[in-house]
Unconditional design. Structure first.
Length: 221
């Protein structure tokens, strides 16, 4: 297994919404980024925003070799409009020996193909965004992150039944099968919650547990 530095340079292929968002966030984290796209205007636009921006056709193995893609340990395949292009680019990166490849998929079958050719991490941004919005539509939660094993973390205002008491007194963990892991009092940063933490009506809380338990807890009286 290749040991990859946490600040290793990243090559991002495709400057659509997903690729541009990824590249922009990496740049804000002071990561070295090479962005690659066929579109000269997009490449010019990003040339002053990231470390390097190159116009190239990543479907060509020769083009990837010329820009030094094989020297990167982390690659993001952000193209998605064409499944054929996405798979070809990902296959090229696998053949070049890039140890960690992240790729956007637009469907389950697309994702399965990417996994079979050796992509380490398949991302479904549209599906994940849709699922997140569905969980937030009730208005009971302010943010929601779900992991593959049905474990979720959510940000919410505390239900009435736990306000004005410590977490021990309200018995959140035993009564509702969720854990309050953080609390934010207005004007203060988030702090780690303990059994002695007092919850007030104005606080924001971070809660973890299964999706069903967290959703049930968010909507109790």
């Amino acid at each position: 297994m290749v040991d990859i530095r946490s600040d290793a340079p990243v090559i991002v292929i495709g400057l659509g919404r997903f690729g541009a968002s990824t590249a922009g966030q990496l740049d804000r984290q002071d990561r070295e980024v090479l962005v690659v796209d066929n579109n000269a205007e997009l490449v010019q636009k990003w040339s002053d925003r990231v470390t390097h921006a190159v116009q190239a056709d990543a479907r060509s193995m020769e083009a990837l070799q010329q820009i030094g893609a094989d020297e990167f340990q982390i690659a993001v395949v952000a193209t998605g409009a064409s499944i054929e292009s996405s798979v070809l680019i990902a296959a090229n990166l696998v053949d070049l020996g890039v140890p960690q490849i992240w790729a956007k998929a637009i469907s389950h079958s697309h994702g399965k193909i990417l996994e079979r050719i050796g992509v380490n991490h398949v991302i479904y941004p549209e599906r994940e965004a849709g699922e997140r919005v569905a969980h937030l539509l009730s208005g009971a939660m302010l943010d929601f992150i779900q992991f593959d094993d049905n474990y979720v973390i959510a940000k919410m205002y505390p239900p009435r039944s736990v306000r004005g008491r410590t977490l021990r007194e309200s018995g959140v963990r035993t009564r509702y099968r969720v854990t309050v892991v953080g609390v934010k009092t207005p004007g203060e940063p988030f702090t780690h919650a303990t059994q002695e933490t007092m919850i007030s009506r104005h606080d924001l809380i971070i809660v973890s547990g299964t999706a069903a338990d967290v959703e049930r807890f968010a909507t109790i009286g």
